[in-house]
Design a protein around this ligand. Structure first.
Ligand code: AHG
Ligand code: MN
Ligand code: MN
Length: 338
């Protein structure tokens, strides 16, 4: 039984010894929580710390890298190497997998992460976050992780979570036994349980998507989103549009209040095939695991997100994620327009 206010460390050990998660997985979660506190403090003073703005560098995705992207990435890599809690890492900010330290090679776990999600919002004081996903390695321990250890479907995740640096700093995770939310108590630097066993409403009243891209969406998605603006959503009112451009912030709001988030494939670049923007390994799979554990649904078109076999660590997917009834209605509408 979770106790409101219990610290993350106590929670992970489990009250009365019934451990919440495998000790070694708990160590990774505690390492990430420690780093997140430092990132949070830098985020909260970004305008003063000389880390807003961008470095003169584009990442593997061709995206302008912000100073805080690099700062967060380097901090996570250094911390996980020092603790040896993982045998390898995959980061949005690194083209290839990142080796851990020698002591880390005895770990059974690898982690994928988006060190700073919502980078375009850093300089304008809109909530951003960090997203991660933990897998058990497939190869024998005692050596560096290899790509095969990472390219697993999301249903193999042993734990996943995110930190959201907003009005407060929160940590939300699942290890397969429900979704639990912690709020950072800044005076003592401790994450304390504030949202035990989060369950998402089975239908929401919010839709989140960047309608600026809708001209090149598929017909089914366009018809569905238009339908939200007129029909009553069980409440006699059309849905509200809410989109801040940080996936982790849009997701967190919808998780608690209910609703649907869509980042469909689009053809803004006629030279490229229609594809989604969000990455499977360190954005969509971790949040899909949380969404399903909280009672929601996450798909790429009509495929369950957690069953997609990754083609690479930066594999992009089209995503629809949210309250069960909302995603089911999206799928029904989409099926009529393929
Ligand atoms: P990141 O900052 O890690 O690159 O992620 C940004 C993502 C995601 O957070 C957000 O939902 C999406 O980009 C916003 O994209 P658009 O600006 O195209 O709407
Ligand atoms: Mn991101
Ligand atoms: Mn990012």
């Amino acid at each position: 039984m979770e106790l409101i206010g219990e610290s993350l460390r106590v929670h992970l050990l489990g009250v009365g010894g019934n451990k919440k998660v495998e000790q070694a997985v708990g160590n990774v979660l505690l390492d990430l929580a420690t780093v997140a506190k430092t990132i949070a403090s830098e985020v909260n003073r970004a305008g003063l710390a000389g880390i807003i703005g961008n470095v003169n560098h584009r990442n593997v995705h061709g995206e302008q890298v912000q100073k805080l992207d690099v700062y967060a990435n380097d901090l996570i890599v250094a911390s996980l190497r020092a603790s040896g809690s993982v045998c390898g890492m995959a980061s949005e900010e690194a083209e290839d997998i990142i080796a851990s330290s020698a002591i880390g090679e005895n770990s059974e776990y690898v982690v994928c992460f988006d060190p700073l999600d919502g980078s375009s919002n850093i300089d304008v004081n809109v909530s951003i976050g960090t997203i991660f996903s933990i897998y058990k390695r497939k190869t024998r321990s005692g050596g560096p992780a290899i790509l095969d250890d990472f390219l697993q479907p999301g249903c193999n995740q042993v734990a996943a979570g995110y930190f959201v640096y907003g009005t407060s700093t929160m940590f939300v995770y699942t290890a397969g036994d429900g979704v639990h939310g912690f709020t950072l108590e800044p005076t003592i630097g401790e994450f304390r349980l504030s949202h035990p066993r989060i369950k998402t409403p089975e239908r929401g009243k919010i839709y989140s998507c960047n309608e600026g891209h809708s001209a090149t969406w598929d017909e089914g998605t366009r018809v569905y989103v238009e339908s939200l603006k007129t029909r009553s959503a069980g409440t006699g009112r059309p849905y509200s549009g809410r989109y801040v451009g940080s996936f982790v912030a849009d997701f967190h709001r919808n998780l608690l209040k209910g609703g649907i988030f869509l980042y469909p494939a689009d053809r803004r670049d006629p030279k490229r095939p229609a594809e989604g923007k969000l990455r499977l390994m360190y954005e969509c799979n971790p949040l899909a695991f949380i969404q399903e554990q909280a009672g929601g649904v996450a798909v790429e078109i009509d495929k369950r997100m957690l069953e997609i076999v990754p083609r690479g660590i930066h594999h992009r997917v089209a995503l629809v994620i949210g309250s069960r009834i909302d995603v089911e209605e999206y799928l029904a509408c989409h099926a009529q327009h393929v």
